[in-house]
Design a protein around this ligand. Structure first.
Ligand code: PRX
Length: 704
């Protein structure tokens, strides 16, 4: 690729002109009760004390054997935390709380149908259920420490029970988001080498009892195509003893868990003492290739990190009622619904359904009824609730002391509604920036010690030192008004250990760009490349612009352009495909597909529908594109790379920039006129494109 072409696509150093927001401090009431309000913590976590300061988090856990080395860097970048230590995650989240908190709710589950009773799972209940299910997994499925088990479950208490039962045995769980298709689940079964799939017959979503069992059949079929065979499918029932799915059970393969559990009543399973660096779970996420990466998270480092950050940043005390609105099928749910909160003996609310069902007052009714005082959600949900019922929160008598926003950049005006209306100008807000890879928060304010700034996540989390680098690896100075590639300069315990089964991909994806010496044993030579673009203000706070790679963040869910494109390419007529983000007022971004057809095929609405349905089938409904544009050709560099940034600019009515170095610049106008006139006709023209969206689109498809 020529230098000219490279300049075209590596444009992460955009200059942005944000309006700087004022700082807002939390009230004295919050500070007085906060878990961490002692400014000395900032000194303790200064880099001079690295890496020992992370003991403070590890010491929140109960170890069977204390570690001898806090950080082993002998094989970069495969860091080992708390080496020599042994522990069990299920023991730390359940058993050790039973003595003091036997009758305390670990989870309060709220069904989507409002007339259905809550289910309260005390720590004692959780202990019994985790043990019985672990006995079933061990004796009926024959799984043992190190084996992988795939879960494809909705938001029900049986999901954390299954995760913790795996953890009890040292089995590595791989939960696939319940909304993903059966095919997507099948691909993850193949990659992880699971022989057991745990699923559920049905669950409620937006008023409908959805058939989920059917996805298990699709998953097993897809896994078979990939050469993997699933021996057993364990099916929890939404209503034990009663079938809620019309999909038949396959004899000898599918089993109802409520039937099987009868044989394991009262059984106890000794928690298996696992090395700190044993994998706890895999979480697949999208990246720059079609194949999702299995991020492998450790037992000791991960659990220590989420326990510590849940305590200091979420400010969870055992007497709080904490509600994280995320799905457990994403990393947020693993870290901040299951492992972090349970390690702190929290009471967590689990909600089955959609936030606005049956009306936008629902979350506030739940909060009032259960006296929730810590609330955690994503900008997409906040935007949705704000649009559907801007005055609803005032009508309800709840009081949040603390609120979180996570997963996407939040626009300052949306932040202000969250603060003023939802938080009633009382709750402290943390805007937590992190990723599937990072295990826990990496950029956020420490709520009692660092003031909030709307639209900025804050400084690096305790002990984490982010740095913004330009394309040549030079540091972009804070306050320069320039964005660059945000990296983390030091390892930390929550960070993933590797890409499951593909260590080379781990190194290439996350370290190659800035590692000057691949033989170096010094962690300072291995900055972690997050894949995000960001700017740092003079005060040290970071503002995340969005992805600089080929990832589209739809409502806080990561979708790889390559995944969308390979799904589109399964349609017979499609010769080439490109996916780009379009700004969406509610969901942040939605994908739009551009496809060109093979010779001999004509553009038609049928092709568009086929592309949409292929994406739904292969990935799931969240990936459904807003538009499929069928064009004769797509703008390309001379080396044949489709210029996603150019078509993304077209979709968003932005200036396409310099196109003179393209191989086929004449296509740009042709596509622009066709797409934009159709969008104008459909009334689909973004009104006020926020600066953050502009900045992301300008850099989209960069070569990080
Ligand atoms: O682009 C960043 C965005 O979400 C990406 C990570 O997505 P995922 O791995 O699915 O994890 C989401 C939940 C942790 C990041 O690369 N992102 C996450 N949090 C924020 C954010 N963007 C801006 N502000 C945030 N607070």
């Amino acid at each position: 690729m020529s230098r000219g072409e490279q300049d075209q696509i590596s444009e992460s150093q955009i200059a942005s002109h944000w309006r700087e927001e004022e700082f807002i401090s939390p009230g004295a009431g919050f500070i007085a009760q906060a878990n961490m309000a002692d400014a000395k913590v900032l000194e303790r976590f200064a880099i001079e004390n690295y890496p020992e300061y992370f003991r403070e988090y590890a010491d929140l856990l109960t170890w069977d054997q204390y570690w001898h080395t806090t950080l082993d860097t002998s094989n970069p970048p495969f860091w080992k935390w708390f080496a020599g230590g042994k522990l069990n995650a299920s023991y730390n989240c359940v058993d050790r709380h039973v003595a003091a908190h036997k009758n305390k709710a670990a989870f309060i589950w709220v069904a989507e149908p409002e007339d259905e009773q809550d289910r309260v799972i005390t720590y004692q209940d959780l202990y019994v259920r985790v043990n019985e299910f672990a006995a079933l997994l061990r004796d009926f499925c024959g799984v043992k420490a190190g084996d992988r088990v795939t879960l494809h479950m909705p938001m029900v208490p049986e999901l954390p029970v299954a995760m913790l039962a795996c953890a009890r045995l040292g089995v590595v769980h791989s939960q696939v988001f319940g909304g993903f298709s059966g095919a997507a689940c099948g691909d993850r079964i193949v990659d992880s080498g699971s022989r057991v799939l745990i699923t559920m017959d049905a669950y409620y979503r937006n008023g409908d009892l959805l058939d989920h069992k059917v996805k298990a059949d699709e998953a097993v079929a897809q896994a078979e195509k990939g050469g993997a065979s699933v021996d057993k499918v364990l099916v929890w029932r939404r209503y034990p003893g009663r079938d809620s799915s019309p999909t038949p059970m396959i004899d000898g393969r599918d089993f109802y868990v409520d039937d099987l559990l009868k044989d394991y009543r009262g059984q106890r399973v000794e928690p298996v003492s696992m090395p700190a660096e044993a994998p706890l779970f895999l979480m697949y996420t999208s990246g720059t290739t079609a194949r999702p990466k299995g991020c492998q998270h450790s037992t000791g480092g991960y659990l220590a990190y989420v326990a510590g950050t849940a305590r200091y940043y979420q400010d969870i005390h055992p007497e709080d009622v904490y509600w994280c609105f995320a799905d457990i099928g994403w990393i947020t749910g693993h870290s901040y619904i299951v492992y972090g909160p349970l390690a702190n003996a929290a009471t967590g609310v689990l909600y089955e359904g959609v936030p606005t069902y049956p009306d936008p007052g629902r979350p506030w009714r739940i909060a009032e009824r259960l006296d929730v005082n810590i609330f955690h959600t994503a900008p997409t949900t906040i935007r949705m609730l704000r649009k559907a019922g801007p005055d609803e929160p005032q009508k309800h008598n709840y009081r949040f002391k603390h609120m979180t926003t996570v997963g996407e950049p939040i626009e300052p005006e949306v932040w202000r509604w969250y603060y003023e209306v939802v938080g009633k100008r009382d709750a402290a807000i943390v805007d937590t920036w992190w990723q599937t890879e990072t295990g826990g928060f990496i950029g956020t304010t420490l709520p009692a010690l660092q003031p909030m700034k709307p639209g900025s996540c804050g400084p690096g989390a305790l002990g984490i030192f982010p740095i913004i680098l330009d394309e040549d690896g030079n540091e972009v100075e804070p306050g320069s008004g320039r964005a660059g590639n945000i990296c983390i300069s030091n390892p930390w315990p929550g960070f993933m250990q590797t890409v499951w089964g593909d260590p080379d991909r781990f190194v290439a994806t996350y370290f190659e760009k800035y590692c000057k010496d691949p033989n170096s044993k010094d962690w300072r030579d291995w900055p972690y490349v997050t894949g995000d673009g960001a700017m740092q203000a003079a005060d040290g706070y970071f503002r995340i612009v969005g992805r600089v790679d080929d990832v589209i963040n739809v409502a806080g869910h990561r979708l790889g352009t390559k995944e969308l494109e390979s799904a589109a390419l399964t349609v017979e007529a499609v010769g080439e495909a490109a996916a780009v983000p379009a700004y969406d007022e509610l969901r942040g971004r939605v994908p739009e597909m551009y496809v060109s057809l093979k010779p001999g095929y004509e553009a038609s609405s049928e092709v568009e529908d086929q592309v949409k349905s292929a994406i739904r089938q292969m990935i799931g409904p969240i990936a459904r594109p807003a538009h499929v544009w069928v064009t004769t050709d797509l703008p390309k560099t001379r080396s044949g790379k489709i210029m996603r940034r150019v078509i993304a600019s077209i979709s968003n009515f932005m200036d396409v920039g310099d196109t003179t170095t393209l191989a086929n610049p004449e296509v740009v106008d042709e596509v622009r006129i066709a797409v934009q006139s159709a969008k104008v006709k459909a009334g689909d023209v973004p009104k006020d494109l926020p600066e953050s969206a502009r900045a992301e689109i300008r850099q989209f498809g960069g070569d990080v």
